[in-house]
Ligand binder design. Sequence first.
Ligand SMILES: O=c1[nH]cnc2c(O)c(F)c(-c3ccc(F)cc3)cc12
Ligand SMILES: [Mg+2]
Length: 214
Amino acid sequence: TQSTRPQRLLGAVQKNATRGDPRSVVKAIDEFCRHKEWAMNVGDEKGCILDSVVSELNPATVLELGTYCGYSTVRIASLLPPHAKLITLEFNPDYAKIACQVIAWAGLEDKIQLVEGSSAEWIPKMKEHFGVKMLDLVFMDHWKDDYLPDTKLLEDCGLLRKGSVLLADNVICPGSPDYLKYVRRSPRYKSQYFRSHLEYTKAEDGLEKSVFLG
Ligand SMILES: O=c1[nH]cnc2c(O)c(F)c(-c3ccc(F)cc3)cc12
Ligand SMILES: [Mg+2]
């Protein structure tokens, strides 16, 4: 039977990356996506912006919406301090199965909790089910139409504190205009656009970093 693109991506990791070496996992995926098959990882260029936001923030609790194959999950987790935790939500079971193996290859299982399900279902359960008090960073990379409703849900569930950071991928391509309008207009956020390119292409895309002001 035919393999899927995520399966071929995992194969490239297992073939080219060193077990327990997150940076080699990131590199293997970027090489695969640049030279073999495009895939919707945040990629190396936007990934560097992601790295700088994570490193500057030094978050203790991170929520990632949209795991896909675990590329940004591994990028983020490899930069976290020792006892920090990353919870990543993935709706698609096939993606979750691949991501779990990519995360294991990187040796980051102890820092990452991968949950299969929808953000709408799991955001309200963050506190009771994961013992999460507040979120220091949310990386939004799931589905453009869910960015705004999920942001409102995070607010309503009391998961954001003064200084919590929302970092959203793909705000230009595919684009999330309603989300951009909201965070840029709201007096409750200080928003900043980091211009970049759609992963592995010359098309414009960027990340929007929005600090919750409480
Ligand atoms: O659905 C998505 N979820 C999360 N991230 C994405 C992404 O980074 C993309 F580039 C794209 C994308 C797919 C096809 C295109 F032609 C352009 C962008 C989609 C997603
Ligand atoms: Mg993306």
